[in-house]
Design a protein around this ligand. Sequence first.
Ligand SMILES: Cc1ncc(COP(=O)(O)O)c(C=O)c1O
Length: 366
Amino acid sequence: MSNEMSGDALLQLVREDLRGFAGYASARTYDVKGEVWLNANESPWANPADANGSSRRYPEPQPPALREALARLYDCRPEQLLVGRGSDEAIDLLVRALCVPGRDAIVATPPVFGMYSVSARLQGAPLLAVPLVDGEAGFGVDLEAVAIAAEQGNAKLVFLCSPSNPTGGSVPLDGIAALATRLHGRALVVVDEAYGEFSDQPSATTLMETHANVAVLRTLSKAHALAAARIGTLIAEPALVRVLRACKAPYPVPTPCAELAVAGLSDEALARTRARVAQVRSERSRLQQGLATLPGVVRVYPSDGNYLLVRFADAGDAFARLLAAGVVVRDQRAAAQLGDALRITIGSPEQNDRVLAALVAKEAAA
Ligand SMILES: Cc1ncc(COP(=O)(O)O)c(C=O)c1O
């Protein structure tokens, strides 16, 4: 299938009323040259707090140096990227651009990251929930049930989280490919790889050449340690990226954040990121083993992310013990299937020791 043809098929998934939408034409949209910029009502002088003077003017809508650094990082072309305020913004944009309120649904696989259903709710898009299946190898996606739900429920978007938050498992690439083939012309399969750096599985971007209806979400918030910069990336077919760019906020990436992110993606910074990821992975094994030996722990799920999902005999008590030791973890008890579970982010070796000590102390005290 030529790229042009696959792009055309994909555009059929976009809301009819947005297919030719040009969006807001900001002062930065026009490709003109000049020396004196008096077209955006900016200040001619910098704020004294703005040391390098880069914040006086509005940013580029998609800062080119950042896009190029991200294209290198994710091994794709700059025109496949949409950079925004965290991957949260890309999730929201996808739902808004593809789903007609009250008609077009999204599929999500609870227990899973909550923003897919929040964005659907805000857009008035029906949510089709296909629960994860708790098996011997951990929680997994029932891809057949996902396909049926999408086909029967008029879904435009299927969100697969891989590695999945909070359950930790990855969705096999061959399963994603088969789902995308089955939903071709019907739905976009969005693979959220916020935790991809911590996993051994190759990125679903490797499927995009043959499956135009696969899109991938990445973020600098986790492995790259830049959560406050709010840099998230959607990687998708360029035709879809062009439509989403028209729908996005005019300047979603503040200049100080773009500068920080470009510096955080230098060769030297990336080498440090790889070292941090290796340490998280080794701490993940150590914490997993340490927790598994505690009698109050019912199950520690295998994880490809930087967190562990743990079932306790008394999760409320474990949460309180950790809190009393100054350790805050994520209480999952309100989530479907997780009434006895906590999600523990992998910390530094000292922080992980503190987790184990707090829970061991419980056993000693009991
Ligand atoms: C699975 C998943 N996707 C996306 C995000 C949002 O990340 P960002 O900081 O890029 O908005 C998170 C944040 O926790 C997440 O767990």
